[in-house]
Design a protein around this ligand. Structure first.
Ligand code: HEM
Ligand code: NAG
Ligand code: NAG
Length: 317
């Protein structure tokens, strides 16, 4: 009896740890096994962002799409083959997700310094933080120790990554399914302060919607025709798309959100007050974004002996 009660207590404590998500990740995971890791990743990202500032945004989005599909496990990095269907050709990623070669280049440098030790999932997590910092955003300590998936799921990528045509209720429930709050949704959508989107994702908004600034809609229509030009790009942040700042929220308050899924955060709903706060207080946004990125990066990691340390981020060992 006593030993059974003891067992139950131990189990409860163990499951408490499991629930906290990043209990097994730690900032100094590679301190002895790959002491130069953070410098190598930072240098790789500095080169990439200097070549093309948008790359900081593209890597940030890759990480989001990795974490929302079975956790931050590098699954998005796997290539399709004749016998393996990955996530790269899922609807939200095909002809849209970019930056894979940047992760390959960094992985090559990391392997040269510490072979077979660092996961692709952790490299992507660090590269994401560094891209944000290099574009002027906040920094955060990245919990490490994720391992790489040996599987991927195109169907989960299709159903679990939110669409730009979603309403607030749908976005909220898709984030809730990943253990993230409506507040996290609003905070993390601030990632749209950097980067670009294709005409096909905002066409309906600029031609058909009414909660939009008229001058802004007219300007965007000039490079996004009612038909054709599907891949023509426009900045998600009207003024500073290569600067990580709080202009995204100023845009929302001015009804200049580019995607339908952006403007729903400021449309007389539950997130209006938070959007207003961030629109006038960049420091609060930075603090909250950094903390929310740690929560995003802690979604169901593979740890211990689960998964593997991939040699090449594009293929399972
Ligand atoms: C809330 C639901 C979200 C939806 C519906 C959404 C949707 C989109 C869409 C449609 C694009 C443009 C893709 C293209 O035109 O090829 C985009 C770009 C982007 N998204 Fe999101 N997104 C969401 C949340 C997030 C989050 C949480 C992050 C990161 C924390 C993020 C980071 C980015 C970045 C940085 C870009 C620009 C990428 C580039 O320029 O290459 N998004 N998003
Ligand atoms: C505007 O909405 C109508 C009705 O839903 C749709 O048929 C049309 O394609 C939309 N126009 C654009 C440019 O998206
Ligand atoms: C919010 O509601 C007010 C009053 O009903 C309206 O004037 C305004 O346009 C609405 N704002 C948005 C962003 O829909």
């Amino acid at each position: 009896m006593a030993s059974k009660a003891h067992f139950v207590v131990v189990l409860s404590i163990l499951s408490l740890f499991a629930c906290s998500g990043n209990a097994q990740l730690s900032a100094n995971f590679y301190a002895t096994s790959c002491p130069n890791l953070q410098t190598i990743v930072r240098n790789g990202m500095r080169t990439a962002v200097t070549t093309e500032a948008r790359m900081g945004a593209s890597i940030l989005r890759l990480f989001f799409h990795d974490c929302f599909v079975n956790g931050c496990d590098g699954s998005i990095l796997l290539d399709d083959t004749a016998t393996f269907t990955g996530e790269k050709n899922a609807g939200p990623n095909q002809n849209s997700a970019r930056g894979f070669e940047v992760i390959d280049t960094i992985k090559t440098s990391v392997e040269a310094a510490c072979s077979g030790v660092v996961s692709c999932a952790d490299i992507l997590a660090l590269a994401t933080r560094d891209g944000v910092v290099l574009l002027g955003g906040p920094s955060w300590t990245v919990p490490l120790g994720r391992r790489d998936a040996r599987t991927a799921s195109q169907s989960a990528a299709n159903s679990q990554i939110p669409s730009p045509f979603s309403n607030l209720a749908t976005l909220t429930s898709m984030f809730a399914a990943k253990g993230l709050s409506a507040r996290d949704l609003t905070i993390l959508s601030g990632a749209h302060t950097i980067g670009q989107a294709q005409c096909q994702f905002f066409r309906n908004r600029i031609y058909n919607e009414t909660n939009i600034d008229a001058n802004f809609a007219a300007t965007r229509r000039a490079n996004c025709p009612a038909s054709g030009g599907n891949s023509n790009l426009a900045p998600l942040d009207t003024l500073t798309p290569t600067r990580f700042d709080n202009n995204y929220y100023r845009d929302l308050v001015a009804r200049r959100g580019l995607l339908h899924s952006d403007q729903v955060l400021f449309n007389n709903g539950s997130q209006d007050a938070l959007v207003r706060t961030y629109s006038t207080n960049g420091a609060t946004f930075f603090t909250d974004f950094a903390a929310a990125m740690v929560r995003l990066s802690s979604i169901s990691p593979l740890t211990g002996t689960n998964g593997e340390i991939r040699k090449n981020c594009r293929v399972v060992n």
